[in-house]
Design a protein around this ligand. Structure first.
Ligand code: AHR
Length: 497
């Protein structure tokens, strides 16, 4: 049985939001130290930034990078990470029980974001700190000069303000694990007051309030409702986080993880719009899905008892080909909701549940999940179209029957080209027939696929290119109808021009 698509440029979701191709660098494990930053590494530039990682980040097409946490930020003093390297204090990081040398901080991060050509997204500490410190940090980053904190930035060598637009008001403040966690009401009030004050420092900021840490928590949706009752008019985004665990008894549910993400997006939109209705507000918030990825979280446990190591190897997940298909289906889901999801950050960038792996003193390589991200960031252009889609289904324990096909498409009106992003999340080949008669001038079809072979194949230091995009045979376009076969558990891009 074939999956069927009808694609018509008259039906659009919205413009491709480039901020959906975001990533995340946290002071955690080897994300920063020996990840993006490793003075003395043969590939390091003058500031200790690894050029091999910079090149891979650019190749991935990362548009936004969230920093410095994550749980780390909730007990972080940003002032420790600026100024002369020799004067920075070594501190205990209570989130991950690591030693934080502060050799890397805000100024190094800003230099790095320029080198990777990505927009910075900074998180303020609303765990152990509050309004005052958030405003101090914003003044340091964005105020031109002539004040205590802006002059300090200038003294540290950055004459021009950084002009950071995107700011997260804390991180996962609902989580019982969060240092300085809050009730929804406490957090909603703090977020409102912090937002008000930050807008006085710089009215151009775009602010993200913390939503729930994941969709399975008992307070999911009621947390958001209470928080937004307090801060709705002061913020622009509500955050969503979620990680999808391969270590489930029911593999089919794991393969169908995008069903969970889709439901979470709809629940959050409904919740935020409900608060808007109650407050008689014409404003509509967007979602910042600023942590998402595949993560074998149920296997994670002992790391919290790590005894104050520096840059320990924490959750260095090795992704297989099946994970590339799942991660691809998650990215497709974000893109398909471009009208209400305004920012998304895959967590994280380097080593820690990451598309890029490095070895200290050694190479950097692309994990399997690198490829769907890079292909989508490269080829999603113009407008996201709303598809009419029917697909064979398969049964799952968690979500009932789910379609085997997850797909979205973008149309570049200027170039007249179409890109269809499609995941076959079933374990058998999936024929696809697409009716493109509403699109004129398409003559050529090109099909690239990731996966489809051994679903357990991984990219390793010694074999970094086992799972890479490969041309797939057989895609045919005739009389406005496209046919192709998507290999089992594969991510695909069909480019039509
Ligand atoms: O990305 C790893 C951790 O997962 C982040 O620090 C936290 O925000 C989430 O729980």
């Amino acid at each position: 049985e074939a999956a069927k698509l009808t694609i018509d440029p008259a039906f659009e979701v919205g413009p491709v939001e480039r901020r959906l191709f975001g990533s995340f660098v946290e002071h955690m494990g080897r994300s920063v130290y020996t990840g993006v930053f490793e003075p003395g590494h043969p590939a390091a530039g003058p500031g200790g930034l690894r050029r091999d990682v910079i090149e891979l980040t650019r190749e991935m097409g990362v548009s936004v990078v969230r920093y410095p946490g994550g749980n780390f930020v909730s007990n972080y003093d940003w002032e420790d990470g600026v100024g002369p390297a020799g004067e920075r204090p070594t501190r205990l990081d209570l989130a991950w029980r690591q030693i934080e040398t502060n050799a890397f901080g805000l100024d190094e991060f800003m230099t790095w974001t320029r080198q990777v050509a990505a927009e910075p997204m900074l998180a303020v500490n609303l765990g152990t700190r509050g309004v005052r410190e958030a405003c101090d940090l914003l003044e340091y980053a964005n105020h031109p000069s002539g004040t205590r904190w802006s002059d300090l930035r200038v003294k540290h060598g950055a004459r021009e303000p950084y002009g950071v637009r995107l700011w997260c008001l804390g991180n996962e403040m609902d989580g019982p694990w969060q240092i300085g966690g809050k009730t929804a009401y406490e957090y909603g009030r703090l977020a409102a007051e912090t937002a008000k004050a930050m807008r006085r420092v710089d009215p151009r900021v775009e602010l993200v309030a913390c939503g729930s840490s994941n969709s399975t928590l008992p307070t999911f949706a009621s947390w958001e409702a209470t928080v937004l009752e307090q801060c709705y008019e002061h913020v622009d985004y509500i955050s969503a986080h979620n990680y999808y665990d391969p270590a489930q008894p029911d593999r089919a549910s794991y393969l169908a993880s995008a069903a969970d993400m889709e439901a979470q997006i709809h629940a959050l939109v409904a919740t935020a719009d409900h608060v808007a209705a109650r407050l008689r507000s014409p404003r509509r918030l967007k979602i910042s899905f600023d942590e998402w990825n595949v993560w074998s979280q149920s296997l994670f446990g002992g790391e919290h008892s790590l005894d104050w190591a520096e840059a320990p190897r924490i959750i260095e997940e090795e992704y297989d080909a099946a994970a590339a298909a799942v991660a691809g289906s998650l990215l497709i889901t974000l893109l398909a909701n471009t009208d209400r999801v305004g920012i998304a950050c895959q967590a994280q960038l380097a080593n820690v549940i990451a598309p890029i792996r490095t070895e200290p003193g050694g190479p950097a390589w692309r994990q399997t999940i690198f490829h769907p991200f890079a292909l989508t960031a490269a080829h999603a252009r113009g407008r996201v179209l709303r598809l009419a889609l029917s697909s064979p289904v398969f049964p799952t324990e968690r979500y009932g029957e789910v379609p085997a096909l997850v797909a979205t498409a973008t149309h570049d009106d200027d170039a007249g080209s179409l890109a269809v992003f499609a995941v076959n999340r079933s374990e058998t080949p999936l024929p696809v027939q697409a009716d493109l008669r509403a699109l004129t001038g398409l003559a050529r079809a090109e099909h690239l696929t990731v996966g489809g072979g051994d679903p357990a194949a991984r990219n390793t230091r010694d074999a970094p290119d086992r799972v890479v995009p490969r041309p797939a045979p057989g895609a045919a376009l005739s009389g406005g109808r496209l046919s192709a076969v998507l290999p089992p558990l594969s991510f695909n891009v069909l480019r039509l021009s």
